[in-house]
Design a protein around this ligand. Sequence first.
Ligand SMILES: Nc1nc2c(ncn2[C@@H]2O[C@H](COP(=O)(O)OP(=O)(O)O)[C@@H](O)[C@H]2O)c(=O)[nH]1
Ligand SMILES: [Mg+2]
Length: 200
Amino acid sequence: MKILTAEFIRSCVAPEQFPPGDFREIAVVGRSNVGKSSLINSLLNRRDLAKVSRTPGKTRAVNLFRVATSDPDLAQFYLVDLPGYGFAKVSRSIRAEWAPLLEAYLTDRLPLLGVVLLVESRVVTDQDRQTLAWLRSVGHNPLVVATKADKLKPSERVRTLRQTHLDLGLIEGEMLIPYSAVTGDGRDRVWGALRDLAKI
Ligand SMILES: Nc1nc2c(ncn2[C@@H]2O[C@H](COP(=O)(O)OP(=O)(O)O)[C@@H](O)[C@H]2O)c(=O)[nH]1
Ligand SMILES: [Mg+2]
């Protein structure tokens, strides 16, 4: 499968700014700094389409990227970079402003085809578990991806990923895809899962 085009469309800070539902959408969710923007760039083979930040909590908007692929099932869709949760460095009032946007998007958005939940390999937080539970409670079955897999020592990789799977409360057979935006590890598996999602 080829990425034919990938372009930034817009940053939305209010539901009125969401597109009219012309294409299906796949949203990327996860705590701030987990690697959402890096995963989007890596999936799309682009260096800095989505801004990668060293300061957690900078992305406060819903950022839409339109992607055209050579895959007939996926064809064109929006990849959606959502604001991260768990931003220690952002004030409560600012956080209160965009949590409703995030919730509204994830519960009411008709073109939303699927959700990719990112967690960091080895570092599962209560907020990750709560987000997974909340996503399920509103009817999503997120594809769970463990980012920064390149940071794992090869000798510990299998054990650590199994522990991450366990810490998330995933059950036998539920997928946890290790991913590295640095090496491209997991990229094919994630694209495969997105294609499967589009077939349904
Ligand atoms: N080693 C490693 N670092 C990563 C990876 N993905 C992201 N990072 C780093 O983690 C930090 C946060 O990444 P970013 O994509 O901005 O996270 P976001 O806040 O979830 O969008 C940046 O310093 C990235 O360079 C990865 O796969 N491997
Ligand atoms: Mg980001």
